[in-house]
Design a protein around this ligand. Structure first.
Ligand code: F6R
Length: 609
């Protein structure tokens, strides 16, 4: 989604802003722009396409020497992908200059009102209306004009605004869209994502909804848009620079797939008491009693996070014997769901900023549910909106296709279900056994990753095929959904995931000669049933690629290609079986010549509904 970077300090803003925009590229965007305060007004440049295009245009330009500026990557919502629609936007006089993430829902009414007051518009955007509104309400104080304008708008926003009338002031505000302020010495870096801040400072704070910050080189004031002072909670950003750099890999997705063993070791570290057969989750301790007495769990999220939640459903019901449901956050929020006493809602989100997931959580809280979060991004909006929760600790995920966050989410859900299971009905022995299995996962993923070349070769065989099916049963049904999602989002191959038994109820009609059908066929309670489903596909000419357990001799008679995973207790098996599917998707995109880390139409963090 859109990205914001702002800077006020002592060095030239241009390079720093462009570098910040590059760090935000992974979020997905279609155009970029920059504005720098100069002696004779504001220097502005915009370009469609990559930040590199903007950089190219800046090379030949005079000006841009100032040390206060704002910049933006746009993901079109209002109006086509054109230079005119690109941010920053100004009012007609060029006095106010603004960048904005989110959607101003009542922008049409604002435009009409402003039109009657003589404002004209160059672009089709809601943002230009907001810039003009700030100008209309400006009376010598940028912060006051910003507040007055924001009181008039409905929708979600994060903004950064500057004015020629106050050339040493940067004002930023948020409602809904994330925005952080990095605090350096004599300088501030503002960004919608910490990755644009960590190169400059590790000290930062997140703005809360309806908060405004007014920055000069030697002062900072945080307040609400109703002018009440707010004391910001400065925290240390955990991400190190090397975590957000490629470090020898060709793509972030590749790096993140391969760093899963290390990431999961960090997820598990300090949270397992092997001797006592217990899981130690500090983030849940204050609410442990309430959780143990929970009558129902609802897992919610979107996309990959929802698939992790579906696996959580199996784990919570198996280990903790708590009735569990899973629901898309986008559906839950508008369904008027029944939330009875003893309901716990668990929001799962890598970014912690997904608009639908956040809204579902708010809906659940309003109805009296205890709100849990399983989040990767420390300090993100969802992590700050929950009663309790567990961080993934897998490090920043930059690749648009989620990989290490998925295995991190499943690992955390496993720990949470064991945490509750032991406090309810689970025996020490069973818990110890599962803990041992969980601890073995990182080493076993390493063994799967060693087969990368073979997985690439199998993918290559089918690279011309436009339709794929992914099937699994039980806890690996969500893995099949995840495999299909990974393939379609970065290789643009049509793929469908489903429970293997569902195939006979319709999708079997799709099976033609040579259609690639990926089966999760690891050893487990439903293994023979999966073999029967495989036979149905082969009888119709489908080409079966099986993800199977090492040492399984029988599968060789049933599958055309086999991708091996080490033996593991069935409830934990998705942590291994998903890895070959992630690699298949990665290689398919690569072999088809797509930009793996910047898939078309997709954004890393979906902050609008
Ligand atoms: C798929 C993917 C998305 C996200 C979804 C939720 O690879 O990344 O489906 O899982 O947009 O995002 P978060 O987890 O940030 O809430």
């Amino acid at each position: 989604m859109c990205g914001i970077v702002g800077y006020i300090g002592t060095v030239s803003a241009k390079g720093l802003l462009v570098e910040g925009l590059k760090r935000l590229e992974y979020r997905g965007y279609d155009s970029a722009g920059i504005a720098v305060m100069g002696d004779k007004g504001i220097d502005i440049e915009r370009a469609v396409g990559r930040v590199a295009n903007l950089e190219g245009k800046l090379e030949g330009r005079k000006g841009f020497g100032g040390s206060l500026g704002i910049a933006h990557t746009r993901w079109a919502t209002h109006g086509a992908v054109t230079e005119t629609n690109c941010h920053p936007h100004t009012d007609n006089a060029g006095k106010i200059c603004l960048v904005h993430n989110g959607i101003i829902e009542n922008y049409a009414a604002i435009r009409t009102w402003l039109g009657k007051r003589g404002h004209t518009f160059n672009s089709e955007t809601d943002t230009e209306a907001l810039a003009c509104l700030v100008a209309e309400l400006y009376d010598g104080d940028l912060e006051a004009a910003g507040n007055a304008a924001l009181k008039e708008v409905t929708g979600a926003y994060a903004i950064a605004v500057i004015s020629t009338e106050e050339p040493d002031v940067l004002v930023c505000a948020r409602k809904g869209g994330p925005l952080m302020v990095g605090v350096g010495s004599g300088e501030y870096v503002v960004a919608s994502d910490p990755s644009a801040i960590v190169a400059h400072t590790n000290r930062a704070f997140a703005l809360d909804d309806y908060n405004v910050v007014r920055l000069t080189r030697d002062s900072i004031r945080t307040s609400t848009i109703h002018n009440k002072d707010v004391t910001p909670k400065v925290m240390m950003l955990e991400a190190q620079l090397e975590e957000i750099e490629l470090g020898g890999f060709d793509h972030y997705m590749q790096k993140e797939i391969f760093e899963q063993p290390r990431a999961l070791r960090t997820t598990l570290r300090g949270r397992i008491d092997r001797d006592e057969g217990r899981i130690v989750l500090g983030g849940l301790l204050n609410n442990a009693k309430e959780l143990v007495r929970a009558r129902k769990l609802i897992m919610t999220g979107q996309g990959t996070a929802l698939h992790a939640g579906m696996i959580g459903e199996y784990l919570f019901e198996d280990f903790a014997k708590i009735p569990t449901e899973v629901e898309y956050a986008s559906e839950f929020r508008y369904r008027n769901p029944i939330v009875e006493e003893g309901t716990v809602v668990c929001a799962i989100s890598q970014s912690g900023e997904t608009a639908d997931t956040l809204a579902a959580l708010d809906e659940a809280k309003d109805k009296g549910a205890l709100a849990l979060g399983i989040v990767n991004s420390v300090g993100s909006t969802i992590s700050r909106s929950t009663d309790a929760g567990v961080y993934l600790r897998v490090g920043p995920e930059i690749g648009v296709a989620s990989t290490k966050a998925f295995t991190g989410q499943v690992a955390v859900l496993t720990m949470m279900s064991l945490f509750l299971g032991r406090r309810r009905l689970m025996s020490v022995e069973k818990c110890k056994q599962m803990i041992g299995e969980l601890e073995g996962v990182p080493d076993k993923i390493e063994l799967v990753l060693q087969q990368a070349d073979q997985i690439k070769a199998v993918t290559e065989k089918h690279i011309e095929k436009e339709n794929w099916l992914f099937m699994g049963r039980g806890v690996n049904y969500p893995t099949a959904l995840e495999g299909a999602l990974k393939l379609k989002e970065i290789s643009y191959i049509h793929a469908e995931g489903m429970p293997a038994a569902e195939m006979k109820h319709g999708p079997i009609a799709l099976i033609t000669d040579g259609l690639p059908a990926v089966f999760i066929a690891n050893q487990g309670a439903q293994y023979t049933k999966v073999l029967a489903n495989i036979a149905e596909v082969r009888a119709r000419g489908g080409h079966v690629i099986a993800v199977a357990t090492e040492g399984d001799a029988e599968i060789k008679d049933h599958a055309d290609d086999i991708l091996w995973v080490p033996e593991i207790a069935e409830p934990l098996s998705p942590l291994l079986t998903v890895v070959p599917l992630q690699l298949m998707a990665y290689y398919a995109a690569l072999l088809r010549g797509h930009d793996v880390d910047k898939p078309r139409n997709l954004a890393k963090s979906v902050t609008v509904e």
